[in-house]
Structure formats: C-alpha cells, structure tokens
Design a protein around this ligand. Structure first.
Ligand code: ATP
Length: 233
C-alpha cells in the first residue's frame, strides 16, 4: 500500500530525513518509533504532502505521490490523524465527524457516519455535544472517527496515545489493530514503545533521520538495543 524508498527531506539547509525506507501493507499496523526529534513528524509531513521530498520516492497504492499537494494525497486515501488531535472544540461531535468527509467520502457520508458511530458508541451518545467537552480519550476517538469518514486505505495515526491514561491508550491502540484486521493499513507513530509493539505486526525505529532497526514487532521487543535506547532497561 505504502512504499517509501531512500526518502530525504528537511527544512531549509537542514536535512532531517536522510534516506528512509519503509513499507506498510494492507491489513497491518506498522509502528514507527523514535525519540523526540528523530524525524517522525517530518516523515509524516512528507508523506502527507505538507513537505516536499528532496530525493527518494513515495508510492501509494502503486502510484508515485512524492511531491503531490496535501489535498491530492488525501484524495487518494492516505489520511492523517494529527498529533494533538486538532478537533474543532466549538463544533459538535457530529459536525467534526462530517468535516472528515469534506474532501473525500462525501457521497457515502451518511453510511460512513453510521459505521463510525457503531465503532464508537461513546460518540454516538454525545453527537450534539461540543467536541471540547469530551474527555481526552473521547477526543482521540473523535479524531480517528473523523479520519475514517474520509474512507482511508492508509491511516497515519500520529501519537494517538499522547496525554491519555494507560487504560485508554490500550483501547485506542486495540481499536487500531481492529481496523487493520478489517483491511486498513495503519502507520502508528508512537513514543509509547511497549504498547505500540503489542498491537503492531512490524515496526521501524527512526534515529536522526535514518531507520536504525526494522522487523517484526516481537523481534524488536526482544532487541537489547531498543531496550537500552527507549525503555531505559
Ligand atoms: P517529536 O516526537 O518531538 O515530535 P519527531 O521525531 O517528530 O519528534 P521532528 O519533529 O520530525 O521529530 O523533528 C526532527 C528535527 O527537525 C528536529 O531536530 C527539529 O528541531 C527539526 N525541525 C522540525 N521542524 C522544523 C522546522 N520547521 N524548521 C527547522 N527544523 C525543524
């Protein structure tokens, strides 16, 4: 579904991504791990069309998308759920969800809304409520639900566990795994290494703009280097 090769990107004179290779297939959760400043957000911005690649290629559903504008990338079904959720706090839950179908998925938005509300019964109970009154976990669910309204074939989840209680983190990540089982491709960008590896099939570790480790989640969980670098063990 997503095929990234030798990707380079940065800001001004500074190169941040220095040759990244990464794949995500349909039906799998792939975790992208890395400490603060490793380049995870830069990679996301490049995938989403917010930042132009300097070199290398990005293929999505068999076609090159590197250098396309953000709307064109979204139109193809690569949907980004941003860090910090960016929901519209003054709009209702329902309005936020419908905005997810503004550029893509408009024709089927009623059916998709039903499906999303089936996935998130808590949102169904709060449809008319301003989104700002939701709990942190509910806001994250709303952000994911809004992403689903755009009928993604790849969903990029940017640090969905940020600021959530451990039990809620588990629920959000398990939901990601459920969506993958239903056929979605998911790139899960996380600092929450152990919990991300628990739901991911494979993972990549980004360090200073390069992939320094990659493989099945279970193998990375057992990797001493990863333990030393990220788990403080
Ligand atoms: P975090 O988890 O803290 O968000 P990250 O892995 O997402 O970290 P990035 O945000 O991609 O890391 O940042 C990678 C590097 O790029 C950092 O050194 C950062 O200072 C730099 N950087 C990010 N945005 C810009 C920008 N707009 N201009 C210049 N440098 C930037």
């Amino acid at each position: 579904m997503l095929e990234v090769r030798e990707l380079r990107a940065g800001y001004g004179p500074v190169e941040i991504l220095r040759g990244v290779d990464l794949d995500v297939e349909k039906g799998e959760v792939v975790a992208l791990l890395g400490a603060n400043g490793a380049g995870k957000t830069t990679l996301n911005r490049t995938l989403s069309g917010l930042l132009r690649p300097r070199a290398g290629s990005i293929r999505f559903a068999g076609e090159p998308i590197g250098g396309l504008a953000a709307e064109a990338v979204l139109a193809r079904g690569l949907v980004h759920v941003p860090e910090g959720r960016r929901i519209f706090t003054n709009l209702t839950v329902r309005e936020n969800l419908l905005l997810g179908a503004y550029r893509r998925g408009r024709a089927r938005r009623r059916a998709n809304l039903e499906r999303v509300l089936g996935l998130f019964p808590r949102l169904a109970e709060r449809l008319g409520q301003p989104a700002g009154t939701l709990s942190g976990g509910e806001q994250q669910m709303l952000a994911i639900g809004r992403g689903l309204m755009a009928e993604p074939s790849l969903l990029v989840l940017d640090e969905p566990s940020l600021g959530l209680a451990p039990m809620i983190v588990r629920q959000v990540l398990e939901l990601a795994a459920d969506l993958a089982r239903q056929g979605l491709a998911i790139l899960l960008v996380e600092q929450n290494v152990v919990q991300a590896l628990a739901v991911a099939r494979r993972a990549y570790v980004l360090e200073q703009g390069r992939i320094v480790a990659a493989g099945p989640a279970s193998a990375l969980l057992a990797d001493d280097r990863l333990h030393r670098a990220y788990l403080g063990l």
